[in-house]
Design a protein around this ligand. Structure first.
Ligand SMILES: NC(=O)c1ccc[n+]([C@@H]2O[C@H](COP(=O)([O-])OP(=O)(O)OC[C@H]3O[C@@H](n4cnc5c(N)ncnc54)[C@H](OP(=O)(O)O)[C@@H]3O)[C@@H](O)[C@H]2O)c1
Length: 326
């Protein structure tokens, strides 16, 4: 089968690999489309070539003997498991407990835009920050980095939950995108947060969800976080951050890493199957939309290198997807 590997020199390279076969609860999926994520661009080269790619939409080709929920021919979408080979290959193995049915109203590329970022946003908002999935009655939440891949779906999920969504974006185009997705207010993360929030009639916010770099946003986030509020970050700080103001506010700091459940095979890893299935329903009901903003083809080293370069700029809006094998 065709595949794209990160070779030991750190370059992406087209290659041929042996088609795997499923065992246990694994599905063998024929990969129709993938999306790229910053996590792909952060992987270090290893001695042996490695397949990256943690957003897939495709069709089940074969099922392992213990599979219960999917059959050959089912269209699926999923993020996968960072401890296993990724999905930049024509066929891919994935545990069915972290797979959802593909939304039927989306193309494969449109569907591939969603899984990794949606799981991150959903788990962050509802499992870590403990917000209700609906009926939040206008409780304010500040989404820092709202125009990126994660932000683009987090805005929609937070809005659907009934939260009052304030997003951050630093450019006209990214701010317009965040507003179009449903944010009530947009502030600029390159400027002090407090006066901008005050201009929106908010002195503080009980929930802050940081979807981008922690360090440059830490002080302004903690400054506007209400006493006894909650902050969730999806990255660790790279340097030292001042914990004291958070402590003085008896505020909670939680973290979200969407690979945790698969990596540690947690007892509740099936939650990712449930989230993706629920999200497929929400998409098909027209309540959330794909976050795909650009599509490249075919899936090969050249197009993936192009997509990685765009991601490294830190200025992409929404998601970049790749479809077909040419
Ligand atoms: N923990 C997890 O499970 C998890 C999951 C997904 C992603 N992540 C990590 O989260 C980060 C974001 O992922 P992503 O897919 O959303 O990335 P992305 O799509 O590449 O994000 C691009 C966006 O970042 C915004 N941005 C740039 N600098 C910023 C800053 N200093 N503060 C706030 N926003 C800034 C830009 O908005 P403007 O142009 O408006 O500035 C741009 O629209 C990555 O580092 C990724 O590795 C973690």
């Amino acid at each position: 089968m065709r595949a794209v590997v990160l070779d030991p020199s750190g370059q992406l390279r087209d290659t041929e690999l042996v088609k795997p076969s499923p065992s246990g609860r694994d599905l063998l999926v024929r990969v129709e489309a993938v999306a790229v994520n910053p996590v792909d661009t952060k992987q270090r080269a290893t001695d042996t070539p490695r397949v990256l790619g943690f957003d897939v939409a495709g069709v089940v080709e074969e099922t392992g003997p213990e599979c219960e929920w999917f059959r050959p021919g089912d269209a699926v979408f999923y993020a996968g498991d960072i401890t296993r080979p990724g999905g930049f290959s024509e066929y891919h193995l994935v545990d069915e407990r972290i797979v959802g049915r593909k939304p039927s109203t989306l193309t494969f590329a449109e569907a591939a835009a969603l899984p990794l970022t949606t799981l991150t946003a959903w788990e962050g908002l509802f499992d870590r920050l403990g917000l209700p999935e609906q009926g939040a009655h206008g409780t304010p939440v500040l989404l820092v980095g709202a125009a990126g891949g994660v932000g683009s779906i987090a805005v929609q999920l937070a809005k659907l939950a009934g939260l009052r969504v304030i997003g951050t974006a630093s450019r006209e185009a990214s701010a317009a995108w965040v507003r179009a997705l449903g944010a009530e207010g947009v502030i600029d993360h390159t400027k002090p947060f407090r006066p901008q929030l005050e201009a929106l009639g908010l002195r503080e916010v009980p929930y802050v969800f940081c979807l981008n770099l922690v360090d440059p946003n830490w002080d302004p986030m903690v400054d506007v976080l209400a006493p006894q509020g909650k902050l969730c970050t999806i990255l660790p700080p790279m340097g030292q951050v001042n914990f004291r103001p958070l402590f003085d506010k008896s505020a909670a700091w939680c973290t979200e890493y969407m690979f945790t459940r698969a990596m540690f095979q947690t007892a509740d890893m099936v939650r990712q199957h449930e989230i993706l299935t629920r999200v497929a329903d929400l998409v098909d009901e027209g309540r959330i939309c794909t976050t795909m903003r650009s599509k490249l083809a075919p899936i090969c080293a050249a197009t993936l290198s192009d997509a990685f370069a765009q991601l490294r700029s830190g200025r992409t809006i929404g998601k970049i997807c790749l479809e077909g094998w040419g």
